[in-house]
Design a protein around this ligand. Structure first.
Ligand SMILES: *Cc1c(COP(=O)(O)O)cnc(C)c1O
Length: 443
């Protein structure tokens, strides 16, 4: 709903009256470009189109009334791709709705994306992206490890339809990436798919190196495979991969963007032409987010910067405390990369990230018994999987999210029995430290 600048209904050359569009949104004051934190409160929504309601109503409707038959035809030309650029008006709620459009406009602002889509979950965003781009016989090249369900989708589900995959480790060098991409180039590569930082290793991917490698091996023409990246852990505040050469960014909006552990949703931002391809698939299979969830996400985005900033500050304090505790073996926190001995990861961090996030790995001295005793003793932090909410969560990946991962792979990924994954929330940092202190005393 962003690309029109008038409230008046205006007849176009076909004589069809398009629906009223939101009033010109303000994104600059003089020379000053307004920041996303400011624009989250109003961008893309004109109260005067909804009885003056300050907040957008939730549009609970399955379908939209056309002004006349010619308008209906024109909308369907957009929906079906007969005319590029998508539908100009609202048609049917599997394709779009006002709440989702406002959400997509605002979400895209954080990374200055050309376009954005939202989905019913992070996984439905990823699945729709893959379905839109792959054909039998294609290869997906990906960084590893990936979110477990994404790995299952690529290897087990798409594998059944004749899709192959090749991977390189998340921390791979330019030479290692070149080697895998050159090998993949024997057939058609549908997509280069990244996740950074990787879960649960926190290993960062050198997006700039992947882009340079892609351009060198496949060229920059329209047949070069697009680069997509799952930016759930650090985005959109601390990592903006479109700036480092990615074409598309994927989100589980369930995590930091939603931020209150009360919804499930996904997002996709980036290159307009690619987004249009994925939109057609979403229109076909109906993986769009629902109006109620879209509305909740609009509320979440208003506090995104506040929440993530506070969570990041809290995590820095908590990690400082944990790192010097005698019962702690190691803290895998991105903020400590500069102090460690992995110069390559520290270099990627400096070039790509503006913050260390609030999700990290805590390795306790001992094994499963110590990890479980610690988890069971926590009084503020909740024992649950997921991350990025206002509340602090802790879990044991080896016994929970990664229980079914084979032992050898677990070892390779550092998923040991003494590992506790922690996502820090927006509570008082001193209270959190007191909680971890008493739980460590018990463990
Ligand atoms: C949670 C998560 C997903 C999946 O998102 P859902 O919203 O649960 O479908 C994908 N990638 C990463 C990195 C995640 O943390």
């Amino acid at each position: 709903m962003t690309d029109n600048s008038t409230t008046e209904t205006e007849a176009d050359m076909t004589g069809v009256t398009p629906r009223r569009r939101p009033r010109a949104h303000i994104d600059t004051i003089g020379d000053r470009k307004l920041s996303p934190a400011t624009l989250m409160m109003g961008h893309g929504y004109d109260p005067m189109l909804s009885e003056g309601s300050l907040k957008p109503p939730i549009f609970l409707t399955s379908t939209f009334v056309f002004e006349n038959a010619a308008a209906g035809k024109r909308h369907f030309e957009g929906v079906t791709g007969k005319r590029p650029g998508g539908a100009e008006g609202l048609v049917y709620s599997r394709f779009n709705g006002p709440n989702q459009e406002i959400l997509e406009d605002r979400l895209g602002l954080w990374e200055e994306a050309e376009d954005a889509l939202t989905f019913s979950s992070g996984m439905s965003a990823i699945a729709t992206l893959f379905l839109a781009l792959v054909r039998p016989g294609d290869t997906i090249v990906h960084s590893g490890p990936l979110y477990a369900a994404t790995e299952t989708l690529i290897a087990k589900v798409l594998g059944r339809f004749g899709i192959h995959w090749l991977d390189f480790p998340a921390g791979a060098t330019r030479e290692e990436i070149d080697e895998v991409l050159s090998k993949a180039n024997a057939g058609r590569v549908a997509l280069i798919y990244l996740e950074s930082p990787a879960n649960p290793t926190n290993a960062l991917v050198d997006v700039e190196a992947v882009r340079a490698s892609r351009d060198a091996i496949f060229g920059t023409g329209p047949d070069a495979p697009p680069i997509a990246i799952d930016n759930t852990f650090l985005g959109p505040l601390w990592h903006k991969p479109l700036k480092h050469g990615a074409d598309l960014v994927v989100y589980s909006l369930t995590k930091y963007a939603g931020g209150h552990s009360d919804l499930v949703a996904g997002g996709l931002l980036g290159d307009k032409a690619l987004i249009n391809t994925v939109r057609s698939m979403r229109n076909t299979i109906g993986t769009i987010t629902d109006p109620n969830t879209a509305w909740m996400l609009l509320r979440s985005l208003e506090t995104l910067e506040l929440r993530m900033t506070r969570a990041g500050e809290n995590a820095a304090k908590v990690c400082e405390f944990l790192a010097q505790h005698p019962k702690v073996e190691h803290v895998g926190y991105l903020g400590f990369l500069e102090r460690g001995d992995n110069a390559r990861q520290a270099d990627i961090y400096r070039r790509h990230c503006t913050g260390a996030g609030s999700t990290f790995s805590l390795y306790l001295k001992g094994g499963e018994a110590e990890a479980f005793a610690f988890l069971d003793a926590l009084k503020i932090a909740k024992l649950a999987v997921s991350l990025g909410g206002t509340e602090t969560l802790a879990s044991a990946p080896a016994a929970m999210t990664h229980l079914s991962v084979p032992d050898a792979r677990k070892r390779a990924l550092g998923i040991t029995d003494n590992l506790v994954r922690i996502s820090i929330g927006v509570e008082d940092a001193g209270d959190l430290i007191a909680d971890f202190d008493q739980a460590l005393a018990t463990a």
